[in-house]
Design a protein around this ligand. Structure first.
Ligand code: SF4
Length: 64
């Protein structure tokens, strides 16, 4: 259970401070990265994944 950032990411940084488990990092600088080991899809924190709500290019999806 985790979210994933796709290659459409423009590295704007908007999602990072919204994550309640601090699972988002800058990665290699090209696209941001969500740590699947700690992402809980905001369950227990918010009604929906907060990163998805703030991402301007809608590049955050459910990880398979
Ligand atoms: Fe990338 Fe979206 Fe996060 Fe911005 S909000 S860094 S475009 S995933």
């Amino acid at each position: 259970m985790a979210m994933k950032i796709t290659e459409d990411c423009i590295a704007c940084g908007a999602c990072m401070p919204e994550c309640p488990t601090n699972s988002i990092s800058e990665g290699d600088g090209t696209i941001y990265v969500i740590d699947a080991a700690t992402c809980v899809e905001c369950v227990g924190h918010h009604d929906s994944p907060q990163c998805v709500s703030v991402c301007p290019v809608e590049c955050i999806v459910k990880a398979e």
